[in-house]
Design a protein around this ligand. Structure first.
Ligand code: SF4
Length: 165
C-alpha cells in the first residue's frame, strides 16, 4: 500500500474560514489526496479521530483558555511537525482583539472572561508550542497552503516531486 502523509486539522478560537478553504479545495483535490493523505484527526470531517502518530498537524485559531493551551501541547507531543494556519494562529489577531482593549473595556468584559474560563490574555500558537511552519492569510492563502502540503508530501516520502500550483 502506498505510504500516506498522516495529518491532523485542528481549530481553536476563530471563525474557521481556513477550514472552509481546505474543504473547498477538496472539491478539486479529494481523490488525489485520498491516495496521498490519511486524515487522522479532523473533527469537521469525522467523529472517529485519533490524536496519535500524526506527521503534520495543521492548527488554526488563537488560544484563549488554559485548557486549549493544554490540548495544543498534547497535539504538539503527538505530531512530528506543526503548521500554524492563518493570521489568528500566527499572530493571534484578529481573534485576540480583546488583548488591545483599554482598562475600561477590559473591566466591562471581565464577567465574560470569568464565566467562560478565559485566560487573561489571548495567545497565538507559537506562544504555547514550537511551530515548524506558517501559512499566512486571513483566511489562509490557498496557494501557500498547497505548496506547504506538497513540501511535506515530499519530506515524508509520499511523493518524489511536488505538484506545481
Ligand atoms: S485568520 Fe482570519 S479567516 Fe482565519 S480564523 Fe482568523 S479571522 Fe478567521
Amino acid at each position: 500500500m502506498q505510504k500516506r502523509l498522516r495529518i491532523g486539522w485542528f481549530s481553536f478560537t476563530c471563525c474557521e474560514d481556513s477550514t472552509m478553504v481546505w474543504i473547498e479545495l477538496m472539491n478539486r483535490d479529494f481523490f488525489k489526496w485520498k491516495e496521498q493523505i490519511e486524515i487522522r484527526h479532523a473533527r469537521v470531517l469525522k467523529k472517529d479521530n485519533k490524536l496519535s502518530n500524526i506527521d503534520v498537524a495543521f492548527v488554526e485559531g488563537a488560544i484563549t483558555t488554559d485548557s486549549d493551551a493544554k490540548k495544543l501541547i498534547t497535539i504538539r507531543k503527538n505530531s512530528k511537525k506543526l503548521v500554524a494556519i492563518g493570521a489568528c494562529a500566527i499572530t493571534g489577531m484578529p481573534a485576540a482583539q480583546r488583548n488591545t482593549f483599554n482598562e475600561e473595556l477590559k473591566n466591562e468584559i471581565e464577567f465574560l472572561i470569568k464565566r467562560f474560563n478565559q485566560a487573561s490574555r489571548v495567545r497565538n500558537v507559537k506562544e504555547v508550542v514550537k511551530v515548524d511552519d506558517e501559512v499566512p492569510g486571513c483566511p489562509m492563502d490557498e496557494k501557500l497552503f498547497l505548496n506547504m502540503l506538497e513540501k511535506y508530501l515530499v519530506e515524508f516520502g509520499v511523493v518524489n516531486v511536488p505538484d506545481a500550483h
